[in-house]
Design a binder for this molecule. Sequence first.
Ligand code: FRU
Length: 528
Amino acid sequence: GDYGGRFRPQVHFSAPKQFMSDPNGLFRDENDTWHLYYQYNPRDLKFGRPHWGHATSQDLYHWENQAVALSPPNDDIGLFSGSIVMDKNNTSGLFPNQTNGVVAIYVGFLSFPVPLIFVCADYEKTLSETLSDGSAGPQTQALAYSRDGGYTFTPFKHNPVIDSEARHFRDPKVVLFQDRWILLVAYSQEFNMGIFSSPNLINWTHESNFSLHGLIGSQWECPNLVHLPYIDEKGQKQNESVWTLFMSIDPGAPLGGSAVQYYPGTFNGTHFKATDSVARTVDSAKDYYAMQFFNGLPKDEAVSMAWASNWQYASEAPTDLEKWRGTMSLPRRHYMTKTEDVGLKLVSWPYNLQHVMGETIASKNSVSKKTIAIDFSEVDSNAIYWEINATGIPGKETIGEPVSLNFTLINPSTLEYVRGGYYFGARHLIDFGGDTPLFLDRGGARGFDNVFFTDKFFVSSAHYHNTWSLSGVLDRSIMEVFLNRGLDTATTLYFTSQPLTVMLLSVSDLPEGMRVSIHVNGLKSAWN
Ligand code: FRU
């Protein structure tokens, strides 16, 4: 793979070539190596007949591409998304003399390249010769095991391990609950998340369904169940943690296409119960999907990655010019907190970004009533991290004129840009706390013609305790912003013919006591 192209992210993961989508099988092994597998089409720059690509890392930024870990047995089968656990105690019996057994459970999908409708006649035969004993399908849950720590896998002889009459039945996520394995799987078009349990990863019992809750969309995919640390409004870590169910919706997300939603709740080993009926999404823009959490982490660590794209245009994005398509989000660390407006709320923050942090480009402690320009054209990676902090924001009674804050990331010759802005104390919203949502606009960096690649995003995010912050990572064709230290996030792809090299920041007249600061750092390429 050539990681030098102008669209190629330098601190985000992308596959060496061809088409990549969902992260799969995320786990950290007993030597603290992080494993990332992903939906991968080795033959084309578009979605089709997925394999499991594989990469490993010591820090989640510097990746070593590995050989494809799982390949379909024949051309009619695709290996869809799934997850991995370490079977340290050999509960499966597949690892007689080792403590680092690795088990992948994933979807075997019989349909490629023949459209489903033509498959029926040969269907049972093909299934029994390949993945299954021929009972149902076409999407079944299959198991493969690895005796070399997750590099090569052998399909289990008696696949599938879970079967169903449902046509859309996929994305098994396995986690350990006390001494039992729990598996979540989506009955995608029935809007059910099936919850199964097993003592050995092979024989599964259906325990319950979590159904029709929150945003429904048109399909449910990629469930996750995580025990999230809880940090209260005052920043105090609490002993309790919050079971949280995540799922991905596609199509039919609020902004169109794909999005991830989550439900804080309780889990007793067989049933998940949501705390309330509030609909919550993880990310407020259009390029954040199929989020998955790493297995194999200590109890109070929750780390995820997502695929930074949207099925509405995933196979169209213009990076095919460089012979690759598909970017992962930054690795994110999470916890649960509480806010006045929505109650329980997920916090997301880049995981140990210091592994790629470069030199300070600008650091201004007080910005007011002017536009400042920060030139980062000297940064080799073209990738930067920034942080804008506002403190001393007056209460809504005293703010007077609204305060505006606008930023633009631009190429001064082509005038291509992405931008955003925020208004503190907007008059017409005073009864609602006074702030407008953050807006983001990638209209100056479209790069290809696609009606679903919409420009404008609004991230609703009030300020708390008179402070506000906006942090961001800009990385050649992807921007991720984090508001208020991760209370809200927005991830957007953008495409420009020339790199963005200047950041403009304009702030209107500030009321007394309010201060705005900005810090910008270059990021070091993880690929060169
Ligand atoms: C989510 C998804 C999954 C499926 C996979 C196929 O993006 O649709 O439901 O397993 O992609 O690549």
